[in-house]
Design a protein around this ligand. Sequence first.
Ligand code: GLN
Length: 532
Amino acid sequence: MQTKFIFVTGGVVSSLGKGIISASLGRLLQARGFSVTIQKFDPYINIDPGTLNPYEHGECYVTDDGMETDLDLGHYERFTGIRTTRGNSVTTGRIYKSVIDKERRGDYLGKTIQVVPHITDEIKHRMMRVDDPWNYDFVITEVGGTIGDIESAPFMEAIRQLRWELGDRAVNVHLTFVPYLKAADELKTKPTQHSVKELQSMGIQPDILVLRTEKDLNEGIMHKVASFCNVDPDCVVQSQDLPSIYEVPVNMHRQGLDVALLRKLKMEVKQDSDMESWMHFLKLQREATREIHVGLVGKYALQDAYKSIRESLNIAGIYNGVKTKLVFVDSEELTEENIAEKLEGLQGVVICPGFGSRGIEGKIVAAHYTRTHNIPTFGICLGMQMMVIEFARNVLGYADANSREMDAETPHGVIDLMESQKAITNMGGTMRLGAYPCKLRTGSKVRSLYGAENISERHRHRYEFNNEYRDQYEAQGMKCVGVNPDSDLVEIVEIPANTWYVGTQFHPEYKSTVLKPHPLFLDFIKTITNIK
Ligand code: GLN
């Protein structure tokens, strides 16, 4: 089958959930037997979001091939199980860089380089995935930002051209907002009409409209929008706030979004949709009523900052028949004096990843308390490093132990930079990024949880466990149960004497999906659930 292209744009306001809608579309097309990939185009100048503060942009999601990307790629992977790559995340910065590099190389010799056609051609090339050898049935392209933004104009122009060139092989799904005015007790469609007008003024006619709303939209409103916006009535669907984002694909399916989409692409609607495993998950979700409380010890209160960790814990809870209530614990406020009170009522603790020294002493205090009180603890990346430092300070007897990231002069740098990292001065894209192999120790807990000796997990960090201290850790009970077979770097530490005290240098949360939850998260929650 010739690849079809779906462009997802958004209007009126940001944060409408274009990522969830794109991921849901991917899921629904997969359920009909199609192969799908989903990509995100972001209109900012950063090459990637790796250098952005989580407060600005939420979590940075990392792909197998080591690209630091937007958190929407996490939704794509969790909903569909696809593996995204660096080709699935494109920013204006990357587009311009590649055009400017070509200009310097002399690829356009003699020409004036302009937004149209040079920048738009570069965008089109990537939207079409010309360099991707894989032949997908569908490529879904989500464009970040809101219609009318100055910076997204070249993306819109590229979509306009592609729509024209591809004919029936391309459709535009436009997401807008229908606000409810309390004082008037009315739902208002005017912003949607304006947003569609804006899109039309750029030469793009939407095929499908997804209306985000807090209240149920009646048939009358949907018809009104359809007729004002030149869209077929069956191509207007509503996306109401739902208790869980994982209900969205089913809600879209119920309203016939996938069928409307196929019809617009002049495709036969053959197979029935197979959503069985997804429906099973939703059933488990609805049935999971018993609550467990897990602390997230970190420095960002923002929901999106630890998005994949939150979702991984959530999903693992559902498969264990429980509702995981996540309690944010600000590591900056933790002290030896207040830790017992701050962790009261929490059945397990995740020590979160992070960069820089803010809040790390609190993470060390938390690691100390949970280790000595045998509270199930999962340290991820910086969290694992803090477990290692705590152990050095309180068990190995090095009171001044630290990571060289936080204290370059420490005499006991139990977390240190690898030799090969020392010469690097650039901040962007220079960490240990992406998938690396890890060999698990026979007889260890993690070995049995993964059910495999050799695994692969994704990384995003500069500093490493310092192997000079490895024997001392082993002798005192913190075991290095996962090691990179090529570089001998420690990837997982565990204290087997505790019920569940595991730290991973990698980020397991990037690989946990709805239909394939991660074994470490599953067992962490299972352990908590079984504690009486
Ligand atoms: N700051 C630490 C490092 O660079 C940990 C990074 C992280 O938690 N992702 O090694």
